[in-house]
Structures are given as structure tokens and as C-alpha cells.
Design a protein around this ligand. Structure first.
Ligand code: PGA
Length: 247
């Protein structure tokens, strides 16, 4: 794992966006895996700023978001799709037909997961995936468990994950859906390149477990230790629990 520790979240976001820009510029039809949540907001803002300066062209890029809340339609302001529209998709020149998303409003979640998995396979898998990490060590919505799932699946969200997503629902965790659809560990570990972002003290223990702990389904992000090309983008606070040897 290649660690990059920055003085501030903003410094990390600027550097991370520059790295994504390089990747899209050198490979215009890149397949990107994209996260939602609080963590990537500054990166999206920087990517939009680069686009406005005509420093990056998204017209051929393809995107797959990592997950979506179950029972929530794309039009619902609380959906991850609506978050992406607000913060990124509507602000850059990505073409609609190259945006791939799980539909949280489908009647049959299993069929929807199989569709998404097949769509991703048809596009050759993820070229570059941006990831956050849950304070509980989750990766996308692969929550800590006895066993993890390789493929796209329906999952129950932990209480802390629902609390972390309450910002999309008027800061009321009880309004956050109980379940979600998520890419499985396979698509993430098989990505050609991964960039994981974590900021703030609240992520410090999860970062330590991911980097220094055993590879265990109790910390799904620890499986990134098996990834061939992963960069971990941190600020001082999220790096604060790492041993001096790792830093
Ligand atoms: P957050 O979520 O960015 O809102 O902390 C990260 C994650 O759950 O992966």
C-alpha cells in the first residue's frame, strides 16, 4: 500500500484530483469507480474546477458508482445518484449513456445486481476506483461481517453507516434506508488501480486496521492489502494512529 499523508484534507483533495485528471487524460475512456459520502466532496469540487479550466475532458470516460440505497429512486434527493448529479455529473461533460448506476428502486434487487455486475464486466472492470472507508472499516457497502461477498449484492447497513449517511436525509438517521445495493469485494480488488481517501480523526482507527491489521472480513478495507496498485490518501488526523514504521 502506498501511503500519502497531507497536511490538510484540502491539500490531499487537490493532489488527488490532479492524479485523476492525469489518469483520464492519458486514458480518455477510463472506467472509473466512484464513491459518495462526505470524504470525496472536495475531490469532486476540484475535478469540477479543473473541468471549468478546460484541464480535463470527460466526454469519453465511463463511470460506475459503488453503491446505492435500496428503495430510493434516482430522482429522490437522498439517493446517491442525486448526490452525484449535484456534485459532479451535471458539472462536467460526462455523457449520460456512459454513467452507470445501481437502481435502488427496482422490485428485484438480485436481478439488478446481476445486471450491474454484467455491465461492469462488459466494460472490462474498473480501471481506477476512488474509495472512502467507513469508520467501521467498510469498503463501498461491504460491511464488516463473518464473510464478505465477491459480487454485487443487496446488503443491510449497520447503524453507524446509516448515521454517517444521515446528511442526505435531513440529518435524521432513522430516514436512511436499512438496506443498500453495493459492488462486492471482487470488483474492487480486481480494479487495475485504487485510490482510497480518508480524512479526520474519526477514520484513524479504521485506517490503522486497514494498513497494519490482519486481512480480515472484520475490516473489509484490509483486503486492499492484497491489491496490486493502491494509494491511500490521508490527512494528518486520519494517519495519526499509524505506527511510525508505517508512516
Ligand atoms: P464518508 O463515508 O465519506 O461519509 O465518511 C465514507 C464511506 O463510508 O466509505
Amino acid at each position: 500500500m502506498h501511503l500519502r499523508v497531507f497536511e490538510s484534507e484540502q491539500d490531499a483533495a487537490v493532489a488527488c484530483a490532479a492524479r485523476v485528471r492525469e489518469a483520464v487524460t492519458s486514458h480518455p475512456s477510463l472506467v472509473l469507480g466512484l464513491p459518495t459520502g462526505r470524504t470525496p466532496l472536495n475531490v469532486y469540487r476540484e475535478l469540477v474546477a479543473l473541468h471549468e479550466r478546460k484541464a480535463v475532458d470527460w466526454s469519453r470516460a465511463r463511470t460506475f458508482n459503488l453503491d446505492e440505497l435500496l428503495g430510493v429512486s434516482a430522482e429522490d434527493g437522498g439517493s446517491f445518484r442525486a448526490y452525484m448529479d449535484r456534485h459532479f455529473f451535471r458539472k462536467v461533460n460526462l455523457s449520460e449513456e456512459r454513467i452507470h448506476f445501481l437502481d435502488g428502486a427496482v422490485p428485484d434487487a438480485e436481478t439488478e445486481c446481476a445486471r450491474y455486475e454484467a455491465e461492469l464486466a462488459a466494460e472490462g472492470g474498473l480501471g481506477l476506483v476512488l474509495l472512502g472507508i467507513g469508520a467501521n472499516g467498510h469498503l463501498a457497502f461491504n460491511e464488516p461481517a463473518e464473510q464478505l461477498q465477491a459480487r454485487c449484492h443487496r446488503t443491510r447497513l449497520s447503524r453507524e453507516t446509516r448515521e454517517a449517511n444521515a446528511m442526505l436525509f435531513g440529518d435524521d438517521p432513522s430516514r436512511v434506508p436499512l438496506e443498500a445495493l453495493t459492488l462486492g469485494m471482487g470488483a474492487l480488488i480486481q480494479s487495475r488501480r485504487a485510490m482510497l481517501l480518508a480524512f479526520g480523526e474519526g477514520k484513524a482507527e479504521a485506517v490503522k486496521a486497514m494498513v497494519e491489521g490482519p486481512v480480515t472480513p472484520r475490516c473489509p478495507a484490509s483486503f486492499l492489502q492484497l491489491h496490486r496498485d493502491v494509494e491511500v490518501w490521508l490527512d494528518r488526523a486520519s494517519a495519526s494512529a499509524l505506527s511510525a514504521r508505517t508512516q
